[in-house]
Write a protein that binds this ligand. Structure first.
Ligand SMILES: [Mg+2]
Length: 175
């Protein structure tokens, strides 16, 4: 059987990009942004590419998303897709009186990926409001040097990549 599909968010999941530098030099720059990689990013990407088919879906602009992808992935041409804001759906949250971007996995299903075998790692709960069974949430990353989420989630991902139906596995308490 094909490997499961792992869809990765970028901002506050794999990197933190800020218009102002933090207390240290950024790992890279893109447009006007100072880009900080989440600790253990390269180890994380090397591991998940062995266990999953990997794709990227961010609610940022297409230009930014492709720029970051080419900076951080050692082999971006191997990604199954790289999607940006154009593939998201804008929704309004009346409680916070604000808009947010929703990632509707039906678009992924249409590509032929059964949703029982699709996992999405995203710091935002709102983005996957319709698909919490496919969602593995990390704490958002804002440039902390001692962040360990990417390292600590790897054993759980190694388990998940072997299950038949990802949606039946409780993913809220992995920490
Ligand atoms: Mg994010």
């Amino acid at each position: 059987m094909d490997k499961q599909l792992l869809i990765l968010d970028l901002d506050e999941t794999l990197v933190h990009a800020s218009e102002r530098p933090l207390d240290r030099e950024p790992d890279s720059r893109l447009g006007g942004y100072f880009v900080y990689r989440r600790p253990f990013l390269s180890e994380f990407l090397a591991a998940v590419r062995e266990w999953f088919q990997v794709a990227v879906w961010s609610s940022a602009s297409s230009h930014y998303v492709h720029g970051i992808v080419w900076q951080i992935f050692p082999d971006p041409e191997r990604l199954r897709f790289v999607w940006s804001r154009e593939r998201c759906t804008q929704r309004f949250d009346p409680e916070r009186w604000d808009h947010y971007w929703l990632k509707n996995l039906r678009k992924v299903k249409r590509l032929g990926f059964p949703l029982e075998r699709v996992l999405m790692i995203d710091d935002s709960a709102e983005a996957l409001r319709m698909h919490y069974g496919n969602h593995l949430r990390l704490r958002p990353f804002f440039g902390e040097k001692d962040d360990e989420q990417l390292r600590r989630v790897l054993p759980f991902l190694q388990e998940l990549c072997q299950v038949e139906n990802l949606r039946t596995v409780e993913k809220r308490y992995w920490r």
